[in-house]
Design a protein around this ligand. Structure first.
Ligand SMILES: CCCCCCCCCCCCCC(=O)SCCNC(=O)CCNC(=O)[C@H](O)C(C)(C)COP(=O)(O)OP(=O)(O)OC[C@H]1O[C@@H](n2cnc3c(N)ncnc32)[C@H](O)[C@@H]1OP(=O)(O)O
Ligand SMILES: Cc1cc2nc3c(=O)[nH]c(=O)nc-3n(C[C@H](O)[C@H](O)[C@H](O)COP(=O)(O)OP(=O)(O)OC[C@H]3O[C@@H](n4cnc5c(N)ncnc54)[C@H](O)[C@@H]3O)c2cc1C
Length: 661
């Protein structure tokens, strides 16, 4: 699509784009993280879009379960080959975001890239990396991360798969003792992978040392047949991601060499002596790494959904605002703006907090290299909280965008259903959100109780700021609103801690008191993480060196985000006195003003996300807004339309219709 050729474009969209009062390219650079990154992303995307190998012969929704897998594997393999091509010079591990949309519904090689290779990098010692890293980067071996079992996903300490060390032959014996110990879910495990990292309970010298990672060959490298002692398969259709082969795995006393235990952090010596790690949760490092990546991935899903919903809302006309007048664009309804525009604001909130989190991650990783684990709990808390809020915000945001598109949003060809199923899974995987938020709460309560002790953890230093509870601000700058978020979080933590203490004082064991307070604890964790997101949003926009137009747009979006979230949880702000009922009413009014200010810029802002039509894959969201023709053309691809009268008519309907004669 030639974006300069207005003649091919829907007139409403032309008019919307003419209202733009900021530099779109500049905003695109901010979204990408700099000009160079924009250029790189575009180059990769061009490389993919112009390659006919990525086209599907028929829409995936009409393919069988087997064909979907096979078709996606074909494209995934081609993608890996293309990006590994020395001439293109692209490092897939750095550019994963640029690939969004090229594979449609669950890439069978995704966990190889996002977990297996990172597990080798983060958990294997240098000899082990020598042996497996190069081979996995060159795709000579394909792996997955097999942790979850039928009986346990959340409670990693409850895993049942055993790795028992036998010092006589220097081997571990991997065994699945019960049906509930069957590994269940790992992406690519069913048919694609020939290796995996298995999390299993380590037994040596008669003692269990808890879950540890082991690298295990699953299939013969020549024939791809599963090895003796290993049972493998695929787990069947899911809500989404159905072109992946999530799998199951059982071991029958399967032996692996001692050196297949990933030994960067803890070791088992030849005689079976266990050497413990610097920090006993270092074996959970792969999960933490992916949680950080999920925040960015969620912002990308939301960019897709909101691009579709915004462009469609500009093209679609329905009903009337002024009786008797022409039907308005649905984007003119304030209720429609309230659906779509806060989701645009949310995209930037997620981008900026994802960036801040990855900076923290880099500095924690650097410290870990020097044996310093002090900031690991802070990173665990932040990555858990942000993974949880980003996945739930993005899933809800995508669903709101689908609803904003009315009936057409329910069609597969809108690409909203698949965007939703591909996002909501992130609420569950890599640590179910409720569970992760309770980990954040645990950290908050612990930090609150250790006020006065220097921990170096900056994200919770505000908990010591007792004076601020009384000093609610009456000004309404963005900074003042962020301050209100802080007060709300602090007051919830104080309330939860007091409630916990009271129950303990009344004689309850701490863990029962904890469970009894866990709804409130969840709110604490959400409020704390929301405060973090709001603070990063405000700081990033405030310090941004940008043209006036771009700065104005981002400031309005940031303010909308702050007010939107205050109104969603206004009870918490009122309860702690951070805001009064009058303040809330004023803010609600201002939110509507902001929707009106941002409405004329909405199409241009989503244009700045710069998602090519070929990747957006939506009849409703295309650049040119030619929605109705595309919907019609896609419908014609239904196999049912190959004939006027389907066979099923003769088999079932005709006998029914004639039976009463
Ligand atoms: C890269 C590109 C990405 C792209 C993304 C898209 C594709 C992605 C595709 C992915 C597909 C999906 C792939 C998949 O789904 S892979 C499977 C993912 N599975 C999970 O995430 C399981 C979730 N469960 C857990 O992580 C643990 O069991 C939790 C954490 C819940 C409890 O654990 P446990 O019962 O053992 O601990 P405890 O509660 O007694 O707490 C004890 C202490 O430990 C501290 N603690 C706990 N954890 C950590 C930690 N990590 N670092 C530092 N510290 C940590 C904790 O704060 C506490 O500290 P203290 O209070 O005592 O001081
Ligand atoms: C699409 C997809 C891909 C996946 N890929 C992989 C993979 O590649 N590798 C892998 O190993 N796994 C994978 N998983 C598994 C995933 O990591 C687990 O499903 C996830 O960790 C949740 O565990 P669970 O299914 O046991 O849920 P459960 O823990 O049984 O959760 C069920 C309910 O119990 C609640 N609950 C559980 N514990 C607590 C608690 N302590 N406090 C309060 N409430 C609690 C939860 O909040 C939830 O409401 C994948 C899952 C999905 C959906």
């Amino acid at each position: 699509m030639d974006k300069n050729n207005e003649r091919e474009c829907n007139e409403d969209l032309i008019r919307e784009r003419r209202k733009c009062n900021f530099n779109i390219e500049e905003l695109t650079n901010i979204v990408d993280g700099g000009k160079a990154r924009t250029a790189r992303r575009r180059e990769i995307q061009r490389l993919l879009i112009n390659d006919p190998e990525f086209l599907d012969e028929i829409p995936q929704d009409y393919m069988s379960h087997e064909d979907r897998y096979s078709n996606e594997l074909r494209k995934s393999a081609h993608l890996m080959q293309k990006l590994a091509d020395q001439e293109s010079g692209h490092d897939i591990h750095q550019d994963i975001g640029a690939l969004t949309g090229i594979l449609k519904d669950g890439n069978p090689l995704m966990v190889h890239l996002s977990m297996f290779i990172p597990a080798i990098l983060g958990q294997a010692n240098s000899e082990q990396q020598e042996k497996w890293l190069g081979r996995s980067l060159r795709n000579e071996i394909i792996g997955t991360y097999a942790q979850t079992e039928l009986g346990h996903g959340t409670f990693v300490r409850g895993l049942e798969t055993r790795a028992t060390y036998d010092p006589t032959v220097e081997e571990f014996v991997l065994h699945t003792p019960t049906i509930t110990a069957t590994k269940w879910w790992p992406g690519g495990l069913g048919k694609t992978c020939n290796y995996c990292v298995v999390m299993a309970q380590l037994y040596t010298q008669g003692r269990c040392y808890g879950p540890h990672p082991f690298i295990v060959q699953l299939r013969d490298e020549e024939t791809h047949r599963s090895l003796p002692g290993i049972t493998l398969g695929e787990i069947g259709p899911r809500l989404g991601l159905n072109s992946n082969d999530n799998g199951f795995l059982k071991f029958e006393n399967h032996r692996i060499p001692r050196t297949n235990m990933l030994m960067k952090h803890s070791q088992v010596l030849k005689d079976g002596t266990y050497v413990k790690p610097l920090h006993n949760k270092l074996s959970y490092g792969t999960m933490m790494l992916v949680r950080v990546g999920i925040v960015g991935a969620c912002s990308r899903s939301l960019q897709y959904a909101v691009t579709i919903a915004t462009r469609y809302s500009a093209v679609r006309h329905q009903s009337e605002i002024v009786p008797g007048q022409p039907e308005p664009q649905i984007l003119d309804y304030q209720t429609q703006q309230y659906k779509v525009i806060p989701q645009i604001a949310s995209v930037f909130a997620l981008i900026f907090s994802a960036r801040s989190l990855s900076k923290i991650q880099s500095s924690v990783t650097a410290k870990l290299k020097d044996g310093n684990t002090d900031l690991l709990p802070e990173l665990h808390s932040l990555s858990s909280g942000l993974k949880a809020l980003s996945s739930s915000d993005a899933s809800w945001g995508v669903e709101v965008c689908r609803l904003a598109c009315g009936g057409h949003g329910y069609l597969a060809s809108s690409n909203l259903p698949r965007t939703y199923t591909g996002t909501t899974c992130a609420i569950t995987y890599e640590g179910e959100n409720t569970v992760l938020l309770l980990q954040v709460a645990r950290y908050l309560i612990k930090s609150y109780r250790s006020i006065g002790k220097e921990t170096g953890a900056s994200s919770v230093s505000y908990l010591a700021d007792q004076t601020s509870l009384a000093s609610s601000s009456s000004s309404f700058s963005n900074k003042a609103l962020v301050q209100a978020f802080k007060l709300s979080a602090l007051s919830l933590v104080a309330e939860a801690e007091a409630r916990l203490q009271k129950l303990c004082d009344m004689g309850q064991e701490f863990y029962h008191a904890w469970n009894y307070c866990s709804v409130l604890l969840l709110k604490c964790a959400e409020a704390h993480t929301r405060y973090y997101i709001c603070e990063k949003y405000e700081q990033t926009v405030d310090s941004l060196k940008a043209s006036e137009g771009v700065k104005n747009v981002l400031q309005s979006l940031c303010r909308l985000y702050l007010i939107y979230h205050i109104t969603l949880t206004h009870g918490d702000f009122l309860k702690c006195g951070a805001l009064t009922p009058r303040n809330i009413a004023v803010l609600e009014g201002e939110m509507c003003d902001l929707l009106a200010v941002l409405r004329p810029q909405a199409v241009s802002i989503v244009d700045a996300f710069d998602i090519p039509d070929e990747l957006l894959g939506s009849t409703l969201g295309c650049w040119d807004g030619n929605v109705y023709q595309r919907l019609y053309d896609e419908a014609l691809k239904s196999p049912l339309n190959k004939t006027d009268v389907p066979d099923a008519y003769y088999k079932y309907l005709l006998p029914l219709m004639k039976s009463s004669l």
